[in-house]
Design a protein around this ligand. Sequence first.
Ligand code: UDP
Ligand code: MG
Length: 315
Amino acid sequence: MGHLISIIVPCYNEEASLPYFYDAITAESDKMSGEYGVEFEYLFVNDGSKDKTLEILKDYAQKDTRVKYISFSRNFGKESAIYAGLQASRGDFTAMMDADLQDPPALLEEMYEAVTKEGFDCAASRRTTRKGEPPIRSFFARCFYRLINKISKTEVVDGARDFRLMSRQMVNAILSMTEYNRFSKGIFGWVGFKTKWLEYENTERVAGETKWSFWKLLLYSLDGIMAFSTAPLALSSFTGLLFCIVAFVMILIIIVKTLILGDPVAGYPSLVCIIFLVSGVQLFCIGILGQYLSKTYLEAKNRPIYIIKESNTEE
Ligand code: UDP
Ligand code: MG
């Protein structure tokens, strides 16, 4: 008997694109089953959709035994959906892909070859272009990748999609990372293993709309930085040190000046500016500290990463 491949598909309000996705993935699966004798299971994770996504999934599950669905009690976010899918997956290999066909299913064959024949633990995809994306968004994305790779020891690959196929060993490694603040791109890099990168050009989603606003992406990138780097904390201590040195030099200058020139009263405006500057920097640094504290607070609560309302998987 051939390998079992689990395909995890996080779905949030995807009623418009699901039919296209289902057609495409079943066509690809049938092709691969014929070619390699592999079997498939699809793990659709309904992340608290407000449209007909769940009904569509249930409908598929009735006609097709490969279809498994897990439905959350509310919207927990894509990261939680991925984690739930990984926990439920039983495959020798597990892939994850978006429901909007931005991840071309045809790449699965190449990925499967990479992990079975070429000795890789994982085959992942990255897009080489950001066609169809607002230029300002691309610009900030590039800055983010450059920054996080400078300040974090974990490699985060620019343009990497979550679309990838992984060995059971790597899936288990990811499952062992039970943190609440999940940043997949960092987690994949952190666990290591040999990854083959497949490149393709960006395609636009087949239907529906992207769930990411610019603001959401910005917050997400900050989460990513905090999850995989403590550089901002180091930055705030460094700024503190720098300001101490500057203050010390200024004190010396003032003492010397007073001794030589006497003590003329002056400099009120500059004093006000300095107070504003210094207290601004202080608040900024406390803010950074607070961000880390709040993350620690959430981790310490040890809340579940997701809550299932209904599903047709065994556990
Ligand atoms: N998604 C999800 N929960 C969310 C937001 C998105 O499960 O809270 C899913 C969504 O249904 C899709 C995938 O994550 O399958 C990627 O979302 P989207 O296409 O909006 O992101 P983009 O491709 O624009 O980065
Ligand atoms: Mg998409």
